[in-house]
Design a protein around this ligand. Sequence first.
Ligand code: NAD
Length: 501
Amino acid sequence: MTMNAIPTISHWIDGAAAAGTSTRTAPVFNPATGQVAKNVSLASTADVDVAIASALAAFPAWRDTSQAKRQSIMFNFRELLNARKGELADILTAEHGKVSADALGEITRGLEVVEFALGMPHLMKGDYSENVSTGVDVYTLKQALGVVGIISPFNFPAMVPLWYFPIAIAAGNTVVLKPSEKDPSASNWMAALFTEAGLPDGVLNVVHGDKEAVDALLVNPAVQAISFVGSTPIAKYIYETAALHGKRVQALGGAKNHMLVLPDADLDLAADAAVNAGFGSAGERCMAISVIVAVEPVADELIAKITERMKGLKVGDGMRGCDMGPLITKVHRDKVASYIDVAAADGAEVVVDGRGIEVDGDASGFWLGPTLFDKVGTDSAVYQDEIFGPVLSVVRVATYTEGLDLINSSQYGNGTAIFTNDGGAARRFQNEVQAGMVGINVPIPVPVAYHSFGGWKNSLFGDAKAYGPAGVAFYTREKAVTSRWLDPSHGGINLGFPQND
Ligand code: NAD
């Protein structure tokens, strides 16, 4: 390696860094400087198969490790992660670009799931029915599946893996995690930390890669289940392909989240919420608010309040105490920026144009400032597409019903929010809206770890949500045992179907 050689991020297999055999790599940028900071190995099918073999070999011993021992290792992991979260936050900012406070927030939400997984001895308890027939008892056991595959997106490089692997591992499964190749280091860091916490080798493996690595996970018969988070077309592909290969699948997709603002809402609260939820993490959140549905006559006043707040946002390097960082890649930045021309061409009003803003950072970073459109037509690609950037659209409607119908006609149903002071309207909304997660005067209603996360329609394929009770159900399978300890008087031949007596 020469002095200036760019390091290559390797896989993490069987408790150690592993280079793999593939020679393919992808660049990992620092989005705040626009420079390639590292390269990442892109696993071949053979590399993924090695990781799966490691997880498969580790499974029997891990499944049979006592609940108490598994819990104590998880507890060590929680303590280490909490103590060293600043290191992880720096990794997130360096590769994703999100500002330090937001990176720490993501880790805190991930820690919540680790803490939930600490309760696995309780969560895995089965049921017991005594004497269902004379001398016969029935009880259920919850058991691990085996090797599970996890495929995660770029926008939460720590939190989304943490939605999944702590619960899978606490339940006795072993894991092959394939994080986004755009910001891969967080997963290696967490896997090494878990090893330090006492996790046996092979229980948590990380392979980096693209479609080839993903496909290797989807078709390998040793993999029992696939957990996925990413864009809708890929989520659908994952759901179909993994199911075709006999696996259980949870596949969470993209979103276009609407915030309905009723005329009686507290408009200062709504404006704060719109700005926080629209521009936090540069809009690269699956629960970002991207459409404000303003029920007239509030639009003009609400837009004025939002615009005022946007002026105060500091965009720049996430390490420098800014409010909003860069976008993930140049290609993505350019694509998001192109919607500004589309909006204008389609007749929307460009209230704030985020191009060419002044930033506190390197001019070569992937910058786009907060952008606001008004009077967006629902036929426009600006309304239809998941833009996934710091772009907020306002659609004006005349009534609650018109707003509700608009939200319910979306192909997505991830999150949504209503802002109102009318409890009856809020209650009606929670009942009538077609989305998996609903906020009432809360713009980003990401459920806490002991509930489950997931959308409806094209935001989730299948019926399995992430973490919480749904996560426990996903990573365990139930076995029903019918047991009779024979009373010597209770024998005899009977060819009939078992019945109760
Ligand atoms: P993406 O779909 O491009 O990638 C997600 C994962 O799939 C990555 O690991 C990637 O390597 C892999 N992948 C990409 N193309 C593939 C292909 N052709 N075949 C097989 N695998 C492939 O998503 P992204 O850009 O990393 O993340 C942003 C998207 O994720 C947005 O659509 C966002 O809404 C969504 N998301 C959804 C949730 C949710 O909970 N519903 C949460 C976070 C992000």
